[in-house]
Design a protein around this ligand. Structure first.
Ligand SMILES: NC(=O)c1ccc[n+]([C@@H]2O[C@H](COP(=O)([O-])OP(=O)(O)OC[C@H]3O[C@@H](n4cnc5c(N)ncnc54)[C@H](O)[C@@H]3O)[C@@H](O)[C@H]2O)c1
Ligand SMILES: [Zn+2]
Ligand SMILES: [Zn+2]
Length: 347
C-alpha cells in the first residue's frame, strides 16, 4: 500500500510500504477513507518530536472501514465505518480506568503516527480497537467526523472543560488555528458572554468570527485593555492558550481576572516564564494537558444531532494520493488560507 513516511527532519515521501496486519488479538485493520493532517505532524517533520523515528508512517486522525479484527475485538467488526482517534486506550490501566486515556500506561496514549505507524496511508493497524475506534452514525459525514479524531476533543477537553467555562463567562482564546477555532466553537456550547479571539492573521480572525467569536483582536492591539473594558476592569474568566510559544502563555496569565483560569493547550518547545511575583496573589488556576478523547462519544452525538457547527473548518480537499500536495498547502497557511485539509480514498 501507499503511505506518507517520515524520513527525518524535512523529509517525507508518499511511498510503498507493507500492508498492516492484525498483530495482537485486540487489533483492527482499518481501510482509510478520509484522513487529515495536524500541526503536530508538521512539528514531527521539523524534528521537534524526538520519539517519532524516521521510517514512521505519520497521521493520527482518520475515518475508515474495518477490514479485519483480532480474536478479542468485540465492539467493531469488518464492514463497520469507524473514527480512528488520535489517542489509543488499553482500557485496563489506572489512567484508562479514570478515562484519562492520553496518559495510558498499557501501551496506548498518543501512539498512532508517533510510536507506531499512523493513518496517512491506505490502511492502518488500530491497537485496542474496542476502546480506540468509534462506530460512526450513518448521518455523520467522513469529513465532519475526522475533525473529532483530535482537534475537537483537544480543544473541548484541554481548553473548555479544563477551564470550567460557565454561562456568562468572558473567554479569551489566544491563537485561532484549527485548535483555537475548535475551542471557540466548544466554548460557545456554554453560552459565554464574550469569546475574544486573538490572532495576527486576518484570515484566522475571520474564521474565528465564523465559529462564534464576537471580539477579534490582533496581538499588537492593546489586548489587555480591550479585555478589561469588557469585564469591568477585571480580566477574562478564562484564557485558552492555543499557540504554544512563551509570549502567548505569559499573555494568557496576564489576561485572566483574579480567580480566573488559564488552560494551556499549545505544545511548547521552550520554557515560558510564570511571573509568580505578580501571579501568586491572584488565585489563578493553570492547567495543561494532553487530550484524552474521553468526550468523543458526546461530541459524536452532538455532531449527529446537528449541534456542533464544524462546517467551514475543512478548507481544502484532496485525493489520498495527493498527500504531498496536501502537506504543501497545509504547511503554508498564510499563502493558502488553509484551516484543515481532508483527503479522501479514490472511488
Ligand atoms: N494539548 C494537546 O493535546 C494538543 C493537541 C493538538 C494540538 N496541540 C497544539 O495546539 C496548538 C495549536 O494547534 P493548531 O493546529 O491550531 O496550530 P496553528 O499553528 O495552525 O495555529 C496557531 C495560531 O496561532 C497564531 N499565532 C501565532 N502567534 C500568535 C500570537 N503571538 N498571538 C496570537 N496568536 C498567534 C497563528 O497565526 C495561528 O493561527 C499547537 O501548539 C499544537 O501543537 C495540542
Ligand atoms: Zn493532532
Ligand atoms: Zn491504559
Amino acid at each position: 500500500m501507499k503511505a506518507l513516511v517520515y524520513h527525518g527532519p524535512g523529509r517525507r515521501s508518499w511511498e510503498d510500504v507493507p500492508d498492516p496486519a492484525v498483530k495482537s488479538p485486540d487489533d483492527a485493520v482499518v481501510r482509510v477513507d478520509c484522513v487529515t493532517i495536524c500541526g503536530t505532524d508538521l512539528h514531527i517533520l521539523k524534528g521537534d518530536v524526538a520519539t517519532a523515528e524516521p521510517g514512521r508512517v505519520l497521521g493520527h486522525e482518520a475515518v475508515g472501514t474495518v477490514e479485519e479484527v483480532g480474536s478479542n475485538v468485540r465492539t467493531v467488526a469488518p464492514g463497520d465505518r469507524v473514527l480512528v482517534s488520535c489517542i489509543s486506550a488499553c482500557g485496563r490501566c489506572r489512567y484508562c480506568r479514570e478515562a484519562r486515556y492520553g496518559q495510558c500506561l498499557g501501551g496506548g496514549g498518543w501512539i498512532l503516527g508517533h510510536r507506531i505507524d499512523g493513518t496517512q496511508a491506505e490502511r492502518v493497524r488500530v491497537p485496542f480497537a474496542d476502546t480506540s475506534a468509534y462506530k460512526l452514525p450513518a448521518d455523520v459525514s467522513d469529513e465532519d467526523a475526522v475533525l473529532l479524531a483530535d482537534i475537537l476533543p483537544t480543544s473541548y477537553e484541554v481548553g473548555v472543560l479544563a477551564a470550567g467555562v460557565r454561562p456568562g463567562d468572558t473567554v479569551v482564546v489566544v491563537g485561532a488555528g484549527p485548535v483555537g477555532l475548535a475551542a471557540i466553537l466548544t466554548a460557545r456550547l456554554f453560552s459565554p458572554a464574550h469569546v475574544i479571539a486573538v490572532d495576527p492573521a486576518p484570515g484566522r480572525r475571520q474564521a474565528a468570527a465564523a465559529v462564534g467569536a464576537d471580539v477579534l483582536l490582533d496581538p499588537d492591539d492593546d489586548v489587555l485593555a480591550r479585555v478589561r473594558d469588557l469585564t469591568d476592569g477585571l480580566g477574562a474568566d478564562v484564557a485558552v492558550e492555543a499557540v504554544g510559544i512563551p509570549a502567548t502563555f505569559e499573555s494568557c496569565v496576564e489576561l485572566v481576572r483574579p480567580g480566573g483560569h488559564v488552560a494551556n493547550v499549545g505544545v511548547h518547545g521552550s520554557p515560558a516564564t510564570l511571573h509568580l511575583e505578580t501571579a501568586w496573589i491572584r488565585d489563578l488556576t493553570i492547567t495543561t494537558g494532553l487530550v484524552d478523547t474521553a468526550t468523543t462519544p458526546v461530541l459524536l452525538r452532538m455532531l449527529a444531532a446537528g449541534q456542533l457547527g464544524v462546517t467551514g473548518l475543512v478548507t481544502h480537499r484532496f485525493g489520498l494520493d495527493e498527500m504531498q500536495d496536501a502537506y504543501d498547502v497545509f504547511s503554508r497557511p498564510a499563502d493558502t488560507g488553509v484551516l484543515k485539509v481532508a483527503l479522501f480514498r479514490g472511488a
